[in-house]
Write a protein that binds this ligand. Structure first.
Ligand SMILES: NC(=O)c1ccc[n+]([C@@H]2O[C@H](COP(=O)([O-])OP(=O)(O)OC[C@H]3O[C@@H](n4cnc5c(N)ncnc54)[C@H](OP(=O)(O)O)[C@@H]3O)[C@@H](O)[C@H]2O)c1
Length: 257
């Protein structure tokens, strides 16, 4: 039987390379394109049954606009972007192909499917959607199905708020003016865990985290809420009101958990 052809734009690194490996294991004939490869994004869009856009968030809209019209009806156009509403809307607007929005909720170094869900948002058509659900399901990844808008609402907390908090922590630690090498020997387990997160966000892919924050339509609302919370905590601490802070945390825990 002829292998299905998959073309991954942005398949030379990161999540695109991760998906290329997975699709090869599942019997697809995979070709990849980056900015330096001889094979171009347009070549893949012209020829492949499944075309995946896996480029950085800031480049995604332009790549979809360029390649979308070349992916023919009956084929599949999918993206891996960490945000879903805008890319899915663009894929629907710029292509007649089946459309699936996909967001693996983990980074490219993950090889163990258990406990690592993949979000799928059905854009257009059944065949492409069933195909990808099958590919990820067979590989053992839990598949979460939702709408692009519901996905982005969840990510405004799980990614935008979370990374904003990590960025704020890292910058505040730096402002304290004590070199990390001096803090390290005194570190508690909780501080170590948090600083590992700060180091990952600040040094591995800062552009990705900046794009995740800037690209989520709910980021402004989340940041305003964060600022309100900080003001409340500050007012209690200005008054030296430890009992008030304890009560606020206890009340919040009742709502949260
Ligand atoms: N990293 C994560 O943890 C993670 C998790 C889930 C989803 N995502 C999503 O996955 C997508 C890719 O992120 P990533 O972290 O994998 O990025 P990455 O490691 O920087 O890889 C980006 C890929 O896109 C290529 N590329 C960059 N600009 C391009 C352009 N204009 N045209 C064609 N190819 C281009 C790069 O190839 P060359 O450098 O060879 O040109 C590379 O192969 C993003 O939408 C991100 O939101 C990332």
């Amino acid at each position: 039987m002829k292998k299905m052809a998959a073309g991954i734009i942005g398949g030379t690194h990161g999540m695109g390379r991760w998906l290329a490996g997975l699709l090869r294991e599942q019997g697809f004939a995979v070709r990849v394109a980056g900015r330096e490869t001889k094979t171009t994004a347009a070549d893949l869009a012209d020829r492949c049954d499944v075309v995946v856009v896996a480029v950085p968030i800031a480049a995604t809209a332009d790549v979809i606009r360029e390649v979308g019209p070349k992916v023919k009806k009956g084929r599949l156009l999918m993206d891996l972007t960490s945000l879903k509403a805008e890319p899915v809307a663009l894929m629907l607007a710029h292509s007649e192909a089946d459309v699936v929005g996909c967001h693996p909720l983990f980074g490219p170094s993950v090889n163990e499917p258990a406990g690592h869900p993949i979000v799928l948002c059905r854009g257009r058509g059944d065949d492409g959607h069933v195909l990808m659900k099958d590919v990820f399901g067979k590989a053992g990844y839990p598949v979460l199905e939702t709408t692009p808008e519901a996905h982005d609402k969840m990510m405004s907390i799980i990614q935008a708020l979370n990374h904003f908090n990590t960025i704020a922590l890292g910058m505040a630690v730096a402002e304290a003016g004590i070199p990390f090498s001096e803090l390290q020997p005194f570190s508690t387990p909780m501080f170590k865990t948090k600083m590992e997160m700060v180091q990952k966000v600040f040094t591995e892919t800062p552009g990705l985290y900046a794009d995740i924050l800037a690209g989520n339509p709910r980021t402004k609302k989340i940041m305003a809420s964060y600022a309100r919370v900080v003001r409340k905590i500050r007012a209690l601490m200005d008054a030296g009101d430890a009992a008030g802070l304890k009560k606020m945390m206890e009340d919040t825990a009742k709502t949260l958990f």
